[in-house]
Design a protein around this ligand. Structure first.
Ligand code: ZN
Length: 415
């Protein structure tokens, strides 16, 4: 199997492929990102739009009603939730309906502005995170599509409206993003929560901006307090009944636990390496069926919380202004020699210590002036990363290893 075949498309693991009915007037269209559709006497409300399933959203709506799409709500500004509303507006034009209004929390605007300003960077990191390719950004690379629909109405903390006998309560939350909205429809005891419910939260994503663990926990507790009968998450299947309380509260507990552990260790004067070493998660949380580290994982979360409260200094003054990696590596290669370093790396590989073997291979990759030795080091690095990818459970890590293995193999060719 090629590396590209091994990569994990997030749609496969996070997405729901099926459409589900909650109540007769509320359905979820499953996709890489889910869409909630609420049918009322006065029109349709759509919560979230995802590029790959938006055509089906239109089909599902038009199979049931000729009424206008009245309101579109974005749960946050990420591409799998807020970038695909254009076909809904086109449907309105085609039918001579009024243009649907679009509602989002106000911070979504700054998010969209950042996506534009850092379009090439975002595309670059998403290509690595998605296991596609390691290609440096090219001039003119795009991230957000041109036909993205901006909100007409934004709110700060909460807002509510009524339509066709139903109440739509919108609450701001911070979690994976700072512009989150979760929607509560009291008459149907249904919550639509976007990326609030994604299994193990992807806090401290290796590539992405700050995320918010305590606020995330608070929002989950607020959802649980409503005691919903149905919960439409941003990804995955509809949660029902008692399972909702369990999913929300165990995730909140997990986040609070990790937050408190990191804070406690920071207050003991620990630096990041020691914090990563010392935090251990009780089995009831670590092994909870709702929290497998498929998307987020404890290491990322610890980094994310640490970054929120501390700077980047690792505690070793010798590394405050470090020498270049290649200069350090060159000294190590001079002292030993490339052959013996690679020999030891392969021994470690055989013993199953792939990570340590990688560090040794890197001394030769970065520090050897000999093209033959470097080629061998790159080949070994590719093999080690492939091995790590095969064993890795976390999808983001697996994709990083696969892209890295391909890059190392390409570099081996170039020596
Ligand atoms: Zn999402």
């Amino acid at each position: 199997m090629s590396r590209l075949d091994k990569r994990v498309a997030f749609g496969q693991v996070l997405g729901s492929r099926k459409d589900e009915e909650c109540t007769p007037d509320i359905v979820m269209v499953g996709g890489f990102g889910n869409t909630g559709i609420i049918f009322t006497e006065e029109g349709v409300v759509v919560v979230d739009t995802a590029p790959m399933s938006i055509a089906r959203v239109v089909e599902v709506i038009r199979a049931r009603t000729d009424k206008p799409i009245h309101t579109i709500i974005y749960t946050h500004g990420q591409g799998d939730h807020a970038w695909a509303a254009a076909p809904l507006l086109e449907d309105a034009v085609k039918r001579g309906h009024p243009r649907p209004r679009v509602i989002a929390q106000e911070a979504l605007l700054a998010r969209f502005a950042r996506y534009k300003e850092l379009a090439r960077q975002n595309r670059f990191i998403n290509n690595i995170q998605g296991g596609r390719t390691y290609v440096r950004p090219q001039p003119g690379d795009k991230f957000m599509p041109d036909n993205v629909v901006y909100p007409d109405i934004t709110y700060r903390d909460a807002m509510q409206f009524r339509l066709g006998g139903l109440t739509f309560e919108l609450y701001h939350y911070m979690g994976e993003t700072d512009d989150g909205t979760w929607v509560w429809i009291p008459e149907r005891k249904t919550a639509i929560t976007g990326d609030l419910n994604v299994g193990c939260p992807n806090i401290g994503n290796p590539f992405k901006v700050q995320r918010y663990e305590v606020e995330w926990a608070e929002a989950l507790e607020q959802v649980a307090e409503k005691n919903p009968d149905y919960l439409i998450p941003g990804h995955g299947v509809v949660l029902r009944g008692q399972g909702i309380q369990e999913a929300c509260l165990v995730t909140a507990k997990y986040l609070r636990y990790l937050h408190n552990e990191v804070v406690k260790l920071l207050n003991e004067g620990c630096w990041i390496e020691e914090i990563l070493e010392r935090v251990s998660i009780p089995d009831e949380l670590a092994k909870h069926p709702y929290l497998p580290p498929i998307y987020g994982c404890p290491t990322y979360i610890i980094h994310g919380i640490h970054r929120r409260y501390a700077g980047w200094f690792n505690g070793n003054p010798g590394e405050l202004f470090p020498a270049k990696r290649r200069d350090i590596a060159a000294e190590v290669v001079k002292l030993s020699n490339a052959d013996s370093i690679l020999k030891r790396a392969k021994e470690l590989q055989k013993q199953g210590n792939v990570q340590l073997a990688l560090h040794l291979a890197d001394f030769v990759v970065y520090g050897s002036a000999d093209a033959v030795a470097r080629k061998e080091a790159f080949q070994l690095k590719a093999a080690l990363l492939d091995e790590k990818a095969d064993k890795e459970y976390n999808t983001i890590a697996k994709n990083i290893f696969l892209v890295g293995a391909q890059k190392a193999e390409d570099e081996a060719q170039e020596q």
